[in-house]
Design a protein around this ligand. Structure first.
Ligand code: UD1
Length: 307
């Protein structure tokens, strides 16, 4: 049977969870991944149920081949670190903006009716401090990564207007869950802290620890993607994906210490350059239009992950 869904970045953190969920629902899948950060291990349990293409979204020919005959494209491939994008703007630009352009352009060139659901980020709000962050607020990107995600969203609007390519941009807030990389200095705070606590290392909190984040569990991110596929009509759409609740880093550390039964006090260092102090999403748009609500609060998500 022909694959009817393509997942780019299917070997990565979000992509591989999407693959699991879609296979469970009996869709036929193709994965496009260059395996630069994606892991084969994330796919091995599904190997025989998938078509896997080792290829790069920066290459239009590879993308053209990968989108053949698919009805849905979940575009999760990309350069994932905002701070690293400041040090490596060209690689970030090529992966995130050229890569996303290639997806839209391949759909246009093939006259395909495929719809695109792609990963955007809360980073697009950047220097906007009007909490909770609603999709209608203006964006002030503060780094190449945020700029590229924001530009990709605008490209989606343009491709819908000019060529009737339909898409949904999902602005992910701070995602956490199994398979998230913990090994890099740019890893998300939760996976980094869990890794350090398990190794008995001291945690470092940047700043006073009273900064807040809207942490969303991977299972909720996957259900938001599935709802977008099932419920969004044609057009170019945009939704926050978050819980609508925020937690301080100090509270996060307490919750992790409780679950992992450790008491080692964290050390405090000066705040990270360019760190946003408060982040909180308004999720009324996705709730009203897609009937999507997060099912996992932080305590539930952490317990599920660490059980
Ligand atoms: C996250 C995204 C980033 C996006 C931004 C948009 C991740 C991994 N990054 O960045 O791509 O641009 O949202 O809002 O999801 N912290 C510590 N100690 C540590 C590590 C982090 O105290 O060892 C603190 C940070 O200073 C920050 C908070 O934890 O205040 C969250 O950090 P992090 O997980 O890196 O995510 P964001 O900076 O929110």
């Amino acid at each position: 049977m022909q694959p009817n869904i393509l997942v780019t970045g299917g070997a990565g953190f979000v992509g591989s969870h999407l693959v699991d969920a879609l296979i469970n629902q009996d869709y036929n899948l193709r994965v496009l991944d260059n395996f630069s950060t994606g892991q084969w291990e994330n796919l091995t349990h599904n190997n025989d149920k998938l078509e896997i293409i080792k290829g790069d979204v920066r290459d239009l020919e590879s993308v053209m081949a990968a989108i053949k005959n698919v009805k849905w494209i979940f575009h999760q491939a990309g350069f994932v670190s905002a701070p690293l994008s400041i040090k490596q703007p060209q690689i970030s630009f090529e992966n995130n903006l050229l890569g996303t352009f290639n997806i839209f352009e391949a759909v246009r060139r093939q006259g395909s009716l495929a719809r695109i659901i792609f990963a955007s980020s809360a980073a697009v709000y950047g220097d906007n401090h009007s909490l909770p962050l609603h999709e209608n607020l203006p964006c002030f990107p503060l780094n190449p990564y945020a700029f590229e995600k924001n530009a990709a969203e605008q490209l989606a609007v343009l491709y819908e207007r000019l060529y009737k390519v339909s898409s949904v941009a999902l602005r992910y807030f701070n995602i956490y869950g199994p398979r998230q990389s913990a090994s890099s200095p740019y890893s998300g705070v939760i996976s980094k802290f869990i890794d350090q606590l398990k190794k008995g290392e001291k945690l470092t909190i940047y700043g006073d620890g009273e900064q807040t984040r809207d942490f969303v569990y991977i299972n909720d991110v996957i259900s938001a993607n599935l709802e977008a596929m099932k419920k969004v009509p044609p057009g170019a759409h945009l939704f926050n994906v978050a819980t609508g609740k925020s937690v301080t880093i100090n509270q996060l550390v307490k919750s992790l210490q409780k679950i992992l039964k450790t008491v080692m006090a964290p050390q405090y260092q000066s705040s990270r350059e360019g760190d946003i102090y408060r982040s909180l999403a308004d999720i009324s748009k996705i709730s009203e239009q897609l009937g999507w609500y997060p099912k996992w609060d932080l305590a539930q998500g952490l317990s599920d992950w660490l059980r």
